[in-house]
Write a protein that binds this ligand. Structure first.
Ligand SMILES: [Zn+2]
Length: 90
């Protein structure tokens, strides 16, 4: 990774500033999967339907985190996308 605050999306393999990516964390030591914060192994995903859909279909988050990712995590991210596209901006 060229720049230190850039992270790789597990789906499209493009890098972006980590503030612009969703972070999924497998916390240490309890191995609980949670979003946005926590200490442990992290995987990053672009906040868009393509990358979320591909990650879910190909199980990429689970592979990156080396543990199962609960469907609630995907559901939460899908809900975020919907609230973004429902026109809250501006
Ligand atoms: Zn992506």
């Amino acid at each position: 990774m060229a720049e230190k605050n850039h992270r790789l999306c597990v789906s499209c393999r493009q890098t972006a500033h980590r503030n612009h990516l969703w972070r999924v964390v497998r916390t240490y030591p309890h191995r609980k999967i949670q979003l946005d914060y926590g200490i442990g192994r992290s995987a990053y995903l672009c906040p868009n339907a393509n990358c979320l859909g591909a990650a879910k279909k190909k199980n990429r988050l689970a592979k990156a985190l080396r543990t199962a990712v609960p469907s609630e995590i995907y559901q939460t991210l899908e809900n975020r996308l919907q609230s973004q596209s429902s026109g809250k901006l501006g």
